[in-house]
Design a protein around this ligand. Structure first.
Ligand code: NAD
Length: 335
């Protein structure tokens, strides 16, 4: 039987694995906890037709060369993003690639929405005052209702549109910006505007686009300066879209009043890992974790049981489709 080899298996995926194996006896699956690397690449042999990964750490080119030599047909990632893999090299070797483009957009959206409420209701400041014993009702902790806020959604695909609809249901005015606007969203969810208008008019901006060459540090000193004073930025998309040093400056200048940073450009050395006995050397990351006007979290906006199950299942079934039918709706087409 042709074999499928899966790396970076986490404890929290075991239930999804067991269920998958019960429901799909046609797939012979070998799983390893370690990330795929030079040290363990020899686990992949000519018996394997599919390699399934889920890692942010880069894979050295010689590992891709090894996969190709073994005749592997498909490389699948248990994630939506695939910018961490050398897709050009995989393509050069004729290895097909699949991802999981959508696996519970509600999970990411509810995180962005909840975190927006956290800052909108000034909870960090309220909690600070409570810890000092200051329980007074006073102007600095009074806030506007979320329905009185203008929300800017940058990237209105699978996740952006759900996030937009959550805010819309609360009664907010929602503005959207996307390279490819979706007409149906303009019926009753959002109004498309150009990026400068969105920056100027939004109280809360939530990012939901992929990382591309063109949007590296799209949120920089200049962009922050165009935003409303005291606005809130939420990045559950990709770290490279935001210049973290410029973000810290914008918070220091009170241009922004809060930021939710679930994805950080240089997170790969630390996420998802146990760093309790390790010194965090990245000064920017240390600053973000320490500040209470930044809610820094380790790329967990997606992290619900529904999302973990969908990621596991979809990655394997997409690989299976390529192997058995030579096509998958989740194939990544590399230019
Ligand atoms: P999607 O492909 O469905 O939608 C992305 C949208 O962004 C598209 O409509 C596209 O046209 C638009 N877009 C692309 N480049 C743009 C640009 N420069 N300016 C404006 N719009 C642009 O993707 P999705 O599934 O909604 O995912 C959105 C983001 O969320 C991705 O970056 C993904 O990696 C990230 N994500 C994060 C987590 C997490 O746990 N934090 C989980 C899943 C996905």
């Amino acid at each position: 039987m042709e074999k499928y080899i899966l790396f970076s298996l986490r404890e929290d995926e075991l239930e999804a694995k067991q269920q998958f194996e019960k429901e799909h006896p046609e797939i012979s699956l070998q799983c390893y906890k370690e990330n795929l690397s030079k040290e363990n690449m020899n686990l992949i042999t000519n018996e394997h037709v599919a390699v399934i990964c889920s890692q942010v750490q880069p894979i050295p080119d010689e590992v891709y060369e090894h996969i190709a030599k073994q005749g592997v047909k498909v490389f699948s990632t248990r994630s939506a993003g695939f910018d961490m893999y050398n897709t050009a090299l995989l393509k050069k070797h004729g290895i097909r690639i699949t991802n999981v483009p959508s696996y519970s957009p509600e999970s990411i959206s509810e995180y962005a929405f909840g975190a927006a409420l956290y800052f909108n209701r000034k909870l960090p400041l309220i909690l600070d005052k409570v810890s000092e014993g200051d329980f007074r009702w006073q102007k600095p902790i009074m806030t506007k209702r979320i329905q009185d806020r203008v929300i800017g959604i940058v990237g209105t695909g699978h996740i952006g549109r759900v996030t937009a609809s959550f805010f819309k249901k609360m009664g907010c005015k929602v503005l959207g910006y996307d390279l490819f606007p979706q007409k149906e969203l303009t019926k009753d969810i959002l109004e498309y505007v150009d990026l400068d208008t969105l920056l100027k008019e939004s109280d809360i901006i939530s990012l939901h686009m992929p990382a591309t060459k063109d949007n590296h540090h799209l949120f920089n000193d200049e962009t922050f300066n165009k935003m409303k004073d005291g606005s809130i930025l939420i990045n559950t998309a990709r770290g490279s879209i935001v210049d973290a040093k410029a973000l810290i400056k914008a918070l220091d200048n009170h241009k922004l009043s809060g930021a939710v940073i679930d994805t950080y450009e240089f997170e790969m050395d630390y996420v998802p890992k146990d760093n309790r006995n390790k010194e965090i050397k990245d000064e920017v990351l240390k600053t973000m974790i320490a500040r209470n006007d930044i809610l820094w979290t380790p790329h967990i906006a997606f992290y619900t049981d529904a999302a973990v199950k969908a990621l596991f299942e979809t990655a394997l079934l997409s690989a299976y489709d390529i192997v058995t039918k030579n096509e998958s709706k989740n194939e990544v087409l590399v230019k």
